[in-house]
Design a protein around this ligand. Structure first.
Ligand code: CA
Ligand code: CA
Length: 221
């Protein structure tokens, strides 16, 4: 009896030692003022990327929801959206590419977007499952000099936010790489087997500045 109790404690402390703390962003209400600015580890002069996050939202119905924005002085260089009809999309300086995927909802979804300039191959991963590949913006290059904004879609350099496009819900584990990760690497990220974090945004050490009503919550995961 005593032995099984101590084994149990050992097992529990191992589990605790294996858990990590991550900062989660909670956007409680629809605003034009709540947002988070993320300073990347390197310039977003990119010819390929993988962008991942864990996200949950109770927003329903016909409403655009911004999931990630990177804007330079002149243009939205990279925006990720939930569209009016619930499809997921991303836009590189102009026309976007839209995917039919399982919809985001109130329970946490692990979402990744991948794009490679050389082939134009782009895809969306929802909880480790890959969409079909679409060919989009072959030979395009994402330009440096912009700002990464979470929670709002800037239509000026940092500003002109519209409440009806704002993000309401929770997001964290926002990591970005300057390359396309494989499907098995994305599945390892989903299950937290992957320790290598983003080389453009590393959420565990990311420099973030929150504005408005965004709450930073420490989660044990
Ligand atoms: Ca807008
Ligand atoms: Ca915009």
């Amino acid at each position: 009896m005593q032995l099984s109790a101590s084994l149990l404690i050992l097992a529990m402390s191992t589990a605790l030692a294996g858990s990590i703390k991550v900062t989660s962003l909670v956007f409680p209400t629809e605003t034009s003022t709540s947002y988070v600015e993320v300073t990347p580890l390197k310039d977003l002069a990119l010819s390929a990327f993988t962008l991942c996050m864990r996200v949950a939202t109770e927003l329903q119905g016909k409403r655009e929801v911004i999931l990630f924005a990177y804007r330079t002085q002149t243009i939205d260089e990279l925006n990720v959206w939930r569209e009016l009809d619930g499809r997921l999309s991303f836009y590189l300086a102009g026309e976007g590419v839209i995917f039919r995927t399982p919809e985001l909802g109130p329970m946490e979804t692990h979402l990744c977007v991948t794009w490679d300039s050389q082939s134009g191959a782009s895809a969306i991963f929802v909880d480790g499952r890959k969409s079909l590949t679409k060919i989009y913006k072959k030979n395009h290059r994402i330009r440096s000099g912009g700002k990464i904004i979470l929670g709002q879609d800037p239509d000026h350099f940092v500003g002109k936010f519209e409440p009806k496009q704002s993000f309401v819900g929770e997001m964290y584990d926002i990591n970005m790489w300057d390359s396309v990760l494989s499907q098995s690497e994305i599945q390892d990220l989903l299950s937290r087997k992957q320790v290598q974090l983003g080389n453009v945004i590393d959420w565990n050490s990311a420099n973030i500045r929150s504005h408005g009503q965004v709450q930073l919550v420490s989660l044990e995961v």
